[in-house]
Ligand binder design. Structure first.
Ligand SMILES: Cc1ncc(COP(=O)(O)O)c(C=O)c1O
Length: 447
């Protein structure tokens, strides 16, 4: 593994979390980065690795694509498979979670009696994917309304009731799509219990774990979902775009094509294959693995940086468990601090499961819906849009504001480069902005 030699030797000193760790990152010094959850970011040693692999490619593109790339992808898959406790042959890369969910849903075949079950909190792009497929194929969409904060049991009961209702009509609850952690608000879904329910009820489980790897421990062998995608470019500190897609061997025959279809595709009639077998078959790899190794010409270097991201987290941060513990503690303390500054509360249910172990926290904004002018186009959502614009323009920060279940919330991300003072800062910013909204500044600004 000549090509990877330099970076397997990455050697970093342990670095205290917070301001010292921030020096490892490229973020502008005057920017307050409280939104790691949307696009992630990666430290400078991982950026060096990315440049190293890109340079390696430019030196001899043909050698790189033919020889180095398959070897380096295999190295990265082997490393990430250990993190999620899955056999290497079940784990491949796609560019992002949206592509992963599209790959699963667009490979399945549908009949008019088939239902896709999804929750109202599904990530917009994934919800759109379901709707787009439903325009082209004769399937039905069953949507379950979720209003947070609610208990996990309410969600599980609603799911079982939806499955029972579909079956009672003589229809087929073919697949359920659900998150590990919802995007907005950033709350944990009881995905383990939902996966078990899917097994019990004969429903395929397609898990959107976009927020997963690097934030919470994942054991895919124990979880045993039918399909699972998780973005390494969010919480694992890998360059964009890099998403891990897990398909257990029992389901790999269902995923016939990559998106787009490329050289690894094997038509049902093998004689029709457009790409000679010699160019399709990586030694010792299954058809599923070969298929995803090369999906059209693109920059696959982000995938190759997984071992270096893991090395950074091990050496500078003290390992996966230490990163997760720090981020989850900081989200708890930071969220409580912001709630105290705003005089509100953190979004949580009675059992305390929504935020448990997460690096994300949601805090209610001190805005009474009955007293806020929502006459702008976009209504309640427009208030959040005004707030985020002001955050960026005037305060050099950003954290998504959302209107959910008749209240406004802000979602905050903890990360190893932050400490409680960063949460105090955004708490102060939000106090000012909410005062301005109450005084109607968002309306005046639009005239
Ligand atoms: C729950 C969830 N699913 C899917 C995505 C989409 O990820 P990507 O843009 O990498 O496809 C996101 C992004 O924030 C997300 O939060």
């Amino acid at each position: 593994m000549e090509a990877a030699k330099r970076f397997s030797q990455l050697s970093l000193a342990p670095t205290p979390f917070g301001k010292r760790t921030r020096e490892h990152f490229s973020t502008d010094k005057d920017w307050h980065p409280l939104n790691h959850g949307s696009f992630g970011t990666f430290p400078k040693p991982v950026k060096d690795a990315l440049c190293y692999y890109q340079d390696l490619c430019e030196k001899q593109p043909d050698s790189f694509f033919r020889y180095h790339l398959p070897e380096l992808v295999l190295r990265a898959r082997t490393a990430v498979a250990k993190v999620v406790n899955a056999p290497r042959e079940t784990v491949v890369f796609v560019s992002n979670a949206t592509t992963g969910i599209n790959t699963v849903l667009r490979n399945l075949t549908w009949t008019p009696r088939d239902h896709v079950i999804m929750f109202s909190t599904i990530y917009g792009a994934c919800g759109n994917t379901v709707l787009s497929i439903a325009e082209q194929h004769p399937l039905q969409v069953t949507r379950i309304q979720v209003n947070y904060p609610q208990s996990d049991q309410v969600l599980l009961d609603a799911f079982e009731a939806a499955v029972a209702e579909i079956k009672a009509k003589g229809d087929n609850p073919k697949l359920a799509i659900f998150d590990t952690i919802v995007s907005l608000p950033g709350v944990r879904v009881p995905f383990e219990a939902l996966t078990a329910a899917c097994h019990r009820l004969g429903v395929l489980s397609c898990i959107d774990g976009a927020h997963g790897i690097g934030m919470i421990p994942l054991d895919l062998s124990a979880l045993d979902p039918d399909f699972f995608v998780t973005n390494a470019h969010k919480w694992l500190m890998v360059p964009r775009g890099c998403c891990v897609m897990y398909v257990p061997v029992r389901n790999q025959h269902l995923i016939r094509t990559t998106l787009p279809t490329s050289h690894g595709y094997q038509p049902l009639d093998a004689d029709e294959a457009q790409t000679p077998a010699a160019l399709r078959v990586g030694e010792g790899q299954s058809q599923f693995e070969n298929n995803f190794d090369f999906v059209g010409t693109k920059d696959a270097c982000p995938y190759l940086c997984i071992p270096e991201a893991l090395a950074f987290r091990e050496q500078a941060c003290g390992g996966e468990a230490a990163v997760m513990r720090y981020c989850s503690d900081l989200a708890d303390k930071g969220g409580a601090k912001v709630a105290e500054i705003l005089g509100t509360e953190v979004m949580e249910n009675a059992e305390g499961t929504l935020n448990k172990g997460l690096a994300l926290v949601n805090v209610r904004l001190p805005l009474d819906p009955a007293q806020v002018d929502v006459s702008l186009k976009g209504g309640h959502h427009a208030v959040g849009v005004w707030i985020i614009e002001e955050q960026m323009k005037r305060f050099k920060t950003y954290a998504p504001c959302l209107w959910h279940a008749d209240k406004w919330w802000i979602r905050l991300s903890a990360q190893v480069y932050l400490d409680e003072s960063d949460f105090e800062y955004i708490g102060g910013v939000m106090k000012t902005l909410c005062e301005e909204v109450r005084a109607g500044r968002h309306i005046q600004a639009s005239h």
